[in-house]
Write a protein that binds this ligand. Structure first.
Ligand SMILES: [Zn+2]
Ligand SMILES: [Zn+2]
Length: 100
């Protein structure tokens, strides 16, 4: 998979790595239908929450995905996350100290 960056069509964060999501999953006949570019967390979340059948039946557009309750909660959270995922560790414990 290519490693290009851009804006996720679901959470709208910029500078994220993008993966291709089939609005109608390939398993449900969407091989040649529209795709959207999503960041890995959004993409993973969609497939964690829904089966391919559910996606095909009622979540076959980016608007419907955004409108879904569970996704909305997730989006609220993900939008606060930095674009470069996986930055949990701080380099050092720098603190400014004032002289007394
Ligand atoms: Zn995203
Ligand atoms: Zn997908």
């Amino acid at each position: 998979m290519k490693n290009h960056r851009g804006t996720c069509e679901l959470c709208q964060r910029e500078g994220v790595r993008l993966t291709e999501h089939h609005l109608i999953p390939k398993e449900e006949g969407g091989t040649f239908l529209e795709t959207v570019m999503l960041c890995p967390p959004c993409h993973r979340q969609i497939h964690n929450l829904y089966t391919n059948r559910e996606i095909a039946l009622r979540l076959g557009s980016i608007e419907r995905l955004r409108d879904d309750d569970k996704i909305r909660k997730f989006l609220k959270w993900i939008r606060k996350q930095p674009a470069t995922a996986g930055v949990k560790m701080k380099k050092s414990n720098e603190r400014r100290r004032k002289k007394r």
